[in-house]
Structures are given as structure tokens and as C-alpha cells.
Design a protein around this ligand. Structure first.
Ligand code: AMP
Length: 340
């Protein structure tokens, strides 16, 4: 997905909302909420919400820790600070050990703890946002995520394609029960930065607005290798196992030019190293060797080969899904051409 974050725009938002008496936290919350809301791939089915944990001064002159969370009736694409009502955070957190809260009691309690009682009703996912201990929490009903989770083997498939920083959560109706479920999942795995809720959507979280937004749009589901993995476009397959796919490059640079990719949604080697499970990492490295053997270019069966992975813009990466090139079948020459 295209990353629309701009430092210049972020600064503009901060300055604009500062003049109107709002904090930097609120300005950036408005900015990335609009970025998410204006992306049809994320909010096509409507819904989604965001929040920021910050401090506000009430009319009593006291500063309160609050959760500013999207209110009902507001569109993320056009959100303003008024659409992110401030709810006192401590009373919300005081319910962390509560086992059950009816929908009516939840709505009333959330309203009761609003800083400004004239605000719109805070989202039904308010407790969920409060229980995640991060400043920024983003939630969308991403098309791509729905597509992946709404299938018979959704859980199995998700476990395979999302790395160790992501937890998969079974479907629970939005409300206090879902907030409790998320609290349980998070406490078991506090290293995660993303939650995939089956048949519902995705939550990302971080202590800064940009990171949480980046996590949401990290992986472009429409990149060419994602389409190959979903069998939407053909490839000349060489090898496949649970974690790895290998196929010939369409524009071979050497006599033999193969590509080896992980099945998981990893943009590049850095992303993979940080987020993939050990099982996925081992499978990819072994996969390269298996493919080289199959192609008759590995040292034990052939004359050797070169493997290469381009990372990011300086690395010359064109397709934003991690891939290793395998070149062989002839002398592949110097690794980097000399300038003179
Ligand atoms: P990179 O510049 O490292 O991102 O390499 C991307 C590689 O993907 C290039 O060598 C392309 O020729 C190759 N490629 C692009 N589209 C396809 C495709 N549909 N099937 C196989 N290889 C492809």
C-alpha cells in the first residue's frame, strides 16, 4: 500500500492545530486518521477507528490522562479533534480486572467519563484502545486482511503469512468482551505490534503516530509477487514448500536466473529478519539451497552461483516483497561493476 506520510504535511498539521489550541499528539492523530480514512483499500467496508493517549486540562484546571478515541458519526477521512472525544483513561483502566460489562453499562460508563459531555459517543472499541499500552492505536477493516481471514483455513493461513510480531485473534463481537480478549492475547505476547482479528480487521500500535501508520500500510498486497502467491498471475514454478516459493525471473539476467521468496508478507530482508519466525528464516535459507540443487548450480552438483537480494531504494529493489535472486549456469562476473 502506498505510504502517504509526509514530514512536511505532519509539521503543517502540528502548526495548524497548535493555533487552534490542540496538542501535537492530537494534530498527528488527526493527520494519520485522515491518511487511513482516505485509503479505500483500508476503509472500503466503512468502520475503523483510531485513538491517542494524551493529557488534557479540564475546566477544573486539573490535567487528566485521557484516551481520545474516534466518536460515532465521524468519518475518518474528514476527522477533526471534535471527532476524537477525550475519555478519562484511569477509570477505563480501572476495569482491566472486571470480567463482564453489558453493552448498555459500557456505553454509559464511557459517556460518564467524557471530559466534555457534549462530545459524540466514544467508539464501542474504546476499552480495547485503552487496554493496549501504546500512545497511538490504529484500527481498520483492511480489504486485504478481510480477504485473508474470511476463508475456511483463515487461522492456519494467517499464521503462515504473518510473522512473530502479529497475533491472530478469533472473532469476538466488538464491545467489552473483545477488549478483554485482546488484553489476554497481548499479555501473553507483549512483543507484538499488530493484531489480526479474524473476520473483523487489523489493529496496529506504537508510541508514535508515524510508526503505527507505517505498520498498517507496510505491505503492498498488490505487488506482483503477492499476486503470484495468490495464483492471480502465473509463474514458472521451480520449487514450493510450506514457507517458500521459487520461480524463474521473467527477464533473466544470466543463463539461469531464479527467484526465491518467502510466502509470508515481508517487504525486504530487514523486515523479514525482524518479524519472521525462526521456522520461516530457516525455511528460506534452506529453500535457496534446495532450489540451487534442483537447478544443478549448487557447489555439490554444479559450478556455483550468486545469490542477491536488493533492499530498499538504494539497493535498487523494484518489487516490495522479499526475494533472493539466484544467478548461475555460467560465470556471473564481478559482483559490482568497477566505475573505471
Ligand atoms: P528487484 O529489482 O530485486 O526488485 O527484482 C525484481 C525482479 O522481479 C526483476 O528481476 C524482475 O525481472 C522480476 N519480475 C518482475 N515481474 C515478474 C514476474 N511476473 N515473474 C517473475 N519475475 C518477475
Amino acid at each position: 500500500m502506498k505510504n502517504n506520510w509526509s514530514n512536511t504535511k505532519a509539521i503543517k498539521y502540528i502548526k495548524h492545530y497548535e493555533k487552534l489550541g490542540h496538542s501535537k499528539d492530537m494534530a498527528l492523530r488527526v493527520y494519520t486518521t485522515r491518511l487511513l480514512g482516505r485509503n479505500p483499500e483500508l476503509v472500503l467496508h466503512g468502520g475503523g477507528n483510531t485513538s491517542v493517549k494524551t493529557t488534557v486540562r479540564d475546566v477544573d484546571g486539573k490535567n487528566y490522562k485521557v484516551l481520545c478515541v474516534k466518536g460515532s458519526g465521524w468519518d475518518m477521512a474528514e476527522i477533526e479533534p471534535a471527532g476524537l472525544p477525550a475519555v478519562k483513561l484511569e477509570p477505563l483502566l480501572a476495569f482491566k480486572n472486571k470480567k463482564y460489562l453489558s453493552d448498555e453499562d459500557m456505553v454509559a460508563y464511557q459517556k460518564k467519563n467524557l471530559i466534555d459531555i457534549k462530545s459524540p459517543n466514544p467508539s464501542v472499541e474504546t476499552f480495547l484502545h485503552a487496554f493496549l499500552p501504546f500512545k497511538f492505536v490504529d484500527h481498520t477493516h483492511s480489504d486485504a486482511i478481510m480477504n485473508v481471514t474470511n476463508r475456511p483455513n483463515g487461522v492456519k493461513f494467517c499464521k503462515k503469512i504473518f510473522g512473530k510480531k502479529v497475533s491472530i485473534v478469533p472473532y469476538v463481537m466488538p464491545g467489552f468482551g473483545l477488549a478483554k480478549k485482546i488484553q489476554e492475547v497481548y499479555s501473553k505476547n507483549p512483543n507484538i505490534n499488530c493484531l489480526i482479528l479474524l473476520n473483523h480487521g487489523i489493529f496496529t500500535f506504537a508510541d508514535d503516530a508515524k510508526t503505527s501508520y507505517n505498520l498498517m500500510i507496510k505491505y503492498d498486497n498488490n505487488n506482483i509477487f503477492a499476486k503470484i502467491l495468490r495464483s492471480e498471475i502465473p509463474c514458472e514454478k521451480i520449487y514450493e514448500d510450506e514457507f517458500v516459493l521459487s520461480f524463474y525471473d521473467v527477464k533473466p539476467q544470466k543463463k539461469i536466473h531464479a527467484l526465491v521468496i518467502p510466502k509470508g508478507k515481508y517487504v525486504n530482508l530487514d523486515h523479514f529478519t525482524n518479524d519472521a519466525s525462526d521456522e520461516e528464516i530457516v525455511a528460506l535459507i534452506k529453500g535457496i539451497n534446495t532450489v540451487a540443487k534442483k537447478l544443478g548450480i549448487s557447489i555439490d552438483v554444479g559450478g556455483g552461483y550468486r545469490t542477491l537480494s536488493n533492499i530498499g531504494s538504494d539497493g535498487g529493489q523494484e518489487v516490495p516483497h522479499l526475494h533472493f535472486h539466484l544467478f548461475g549456469g555460467e560465470k556471473v562476473g564481478k559482483m559490482i561493476e568497477k566505475n573505471d
